[in-house]
Design a protein around this ligand. Sequence first.
Ligand SMILES: [Zn+2]
Length: 452
Amino acid sequence: MPKSTGPLRLAPLVLAALLCATQGAFAQSTAVAPTPAQVSPEVDRAYTQLMASPAIQKLLDAVKADHERSVEDLKMLTEIEAPPFKEQKRAEAFLARMKAFGLTSAKIDAEGNVVGVRKGTGGGPKLLVSAHLDTVFPAGTDVKVKERDGRLHAPGIADDTRGLAVLLSWLKVLNDNKVQTVGDLMFVANVGEEELGNLRGMKAIFRDHLDIDGMVGLEPSAPGSVLVLGTASHRYEVTFQGPGGHSFGAFGLVPSAIHGMGRAIAKIADIRTPSFPKTTFTVGTVGGGTSVNTIAPDARMAIDIRSDDMGSLLETEKKILAAIDEAVAEENKRWNVSTLGVSVRLIGERPGGRTPSDSAIVEAAVRSNAAFGHKTLLRGGSTDANVPISMGVPAIIVGGGGKASGFHSLNESIDMTDAWKGAQNSLVTVLGLVGVQGVSPALLAKRTARTK
Ligand SMILES: [Zn+2]
């Protein structure tokens, strides 16, 4: 398994199927320009040192040996439901496991995230390693784990409970084997990754800890998959309001909220957006009106705007907001009144951006994947990594092992055969970044601490 490879070429940047966050984000597949890159000699050397180290080989053997026990953690955590905003019980169970594995200073923060720092020798970078606690499933969903056809079945078992179990396994083997990293490892089981959570957990982490130098998040992913791009989204609820009136009696005296909104939708529908960076918009839902013979006093719609580039998103947003204002003005002018108004409310906000493919964090994942015989596939999506990426903090999402399917459906399942290989691969990626005392230096650069 450990093989020494020279500098290698990155596969073209292809966005593969997306494995987490919103259903809508999953379905997209964006073609982007190929960005070939090489792994620097420094990165290559560090991973050669790691894979040749008897201490690291012993550690990786321990990951394999911990597999069965880790599956028990996976089942235990999966069976504690964790709907958005109701992650607390699962957080407490995760915290108890962290403490049992030696991270006694771990705590649950004000947002509900479980946070524990495993200190390095000092002077090194601080790397956040994370998985999310929440699932998309509402309270009362049957989360009992069932074994069938060699797979474990339960909602949320792969996304992202497997990631949580991998974090615990890493913590246990690092402590059991007394592996001393150079940089600090900040273990986080966060809340609020899925849709309604709006990344509230990760936003709180990066608001409260200004000294994080990078992030490696775990999500169900195929071997070799590395997420480097965070698709940004903004969502709006738009409400049009006027006096309303009888369709015959008040005709000519009052504007129509529905007609005003129709004007807005027609303008929005004509907006052009670039295909690269992929930028999209849609009026997803509409509603309003009182009866067929009433000039509508109210109308409302919800709009989703997404882009692989923040600038492009903001530009599209500006056009949409302008279209709404123009539409209201035109409807008022049509009846020579000023009684139609509109209010616009931001109901969803996910920042975004891209971790450069020639950054140390991406090269580290590429080189670690190569050591485990996997070609790297760079991909994009909407995940916890959106938060650090939008702040310029290098971040990636990788898999933790296991073949998963049916995310966000009641048929979610995971085949745990050889899942420990994925846990080893991702752990090696992490160790190269933080460095291991007496083995390899930290590849992740310390950043100048951000200020609030
Ligand atoms: Zn997920």
